[in-house]
Design a binder for this molecule. Structure first.
Ligand SMILES: NC(=O)c1ccc[n+]([C@@H]2O[C@H](COP(=O)([O-])OP(=O)(O)OC[C@H]3O[C@@H](n4cnc5c(N)ncnc54)[C@H](O)[C@@H]3O)[C@@H](O)[C@H]2O)c1
Length: 299
């Protein structure tokens, strides 16, 4: 697969005085609330719902105790909140590990192996999930890769491949999915602050993540006729194995002065996503929810 290190921070400048905003190293403080640590008790906010998560694994890490990735945290949290979850990923081991985590906790989850760069696989993953879950009430399109480096370092092939995985797949899955969702259904696209501001140095990543916002608005428009909602969650700097890889490639990422003083956890992305999947968000559609500790909103 032609993926490489993602440098996801859109902020290379440090124009705001560092004395105004504390700068934390890569670690996550231990005194976060249980929700941010993935340790809160469940509230059955998705009871009885059937959810598809695309990109439900987490990239492999050589660290002894790596953090969880966004897709895995979303799938596990959705199951804890009462949903049955189809865990889709190209990496069979990663998808199975997420499904096994859900089952170990007493939830309902299973792996579906699919490479979303393959257009036919996008249709198949929806039909297989519908068949095994007996229908679908929601979906999270979390899959995302990054390739290239600057304009000169981005080939036409890596541009096309990035767009196939980061945007075309989301269109294909949404197209197959929409007729399957009944009123009350919800689709959540996972973008990135790289889609709002420049700075990742990965033009195909930035452009595909920005494209998701346009796609989501269209899906929201078509979905509204059927009572189906579509929204985007936009993560900032998140401490996942991919985030740590990005920081190894560009150490200044860890010195980004985030107003809340730290990187986010995948569980914090998962809580925003579960909210949008749930009936708590029943009047919210066509929106973009930025989860970045204030990085793009306050700086
Ligand atoms: N970590 C961050 O700081 C950050 C910031 C902003 C946005 N995001 C976005 O969050 C999402 C998840 O990021 P993560 O940090 O958890 O990374 P991750 O690499 O751990 O998760 C992505 C998952 O997608 C799967 N995948 C990749 N290509 C696929 C394909 N062709 N078909 C099916 N599955 C495929 C991978 O196997 C992996 O399990 C991505 O869309 C990323 O762009 C992450």
């Amino acid at each position: 697969m032609a993926s490489s290190v993602a440098c996801i921070s859109p902020h290379n400048d440090e124009s705001l005085s560092l004395s105004q905003i504390s700068v934390f190293p890569m670690g996550i403080p231990s005194d976060l609330p249980p929700e941010a640590r993935g340790e809160a008790s469940n509230r059955q906010r998705l009871a009885g719902r059937r959810i598809l998560v695309v990109g439900a694994g987490t990239r492999a890490s050589d660290e002894p105790d790596p953090p969880v990735g966004n897709g895995r945290a979303i799938a596990v949290l959705a199951a804890r909140e009462g949903a049955g979850v189809a865990c889709v990923d190209v990496d069979a081991e990663a998808a199975q590990a997420t499904a096994a985590w859900i089952v170990r906790e007493g939830g309902r989850g299973f792996a579906v192996i699919a490479d979303v760069a393959d257009a036919a696989a996008c249709d198949r993953l929806v039909s297989e999930s519908v068949e095994r879950l007996g229908g679908l009430d929601g979906a999270v399109l979390n899959v995302g890769i990054a390739a290239g480096a600057g304009l000169d370092g981005t080939s036409a092939e890596s541009w096309d491949f990035t767009f196939a995985v980061n945007l075309r797949a989301h269109f294909l899955v949404a197209r197959a999915l929409l007729p399957q969702l009944a009123a009350g259904g919800s689709i959540v696209f996972i973008s990135s602050i790289a889609g709002l501001r420049p700075g990742s140095l990965l033009p195909a990543y930035d452009a595909s993540k920005a494209g998701l916002i346009g796609l989501s608005r269209h899906v929201a428009l078509e979905g509204a006729r059927r009572g189906v909602r579509a929204n985007v969650v936009v993560p900032g700097l998140i401490d996942t194995p991919l985030g740590r890889l990005a920081s190894r490639g560009r150490p200044s990422r860890d010195r980004t002065p985030v107003p809340l003083g730290r990187q986010g956890t995948a569980w914090e992305i998962a809580y925003a996503t579960v909210f949008l999947l749930s009936h708590e968000a029943s009047y919210i559609t066509g929106q973009t929810l930025v989860v970045d500790g204030g990085l793009t909103g306050i700086r």
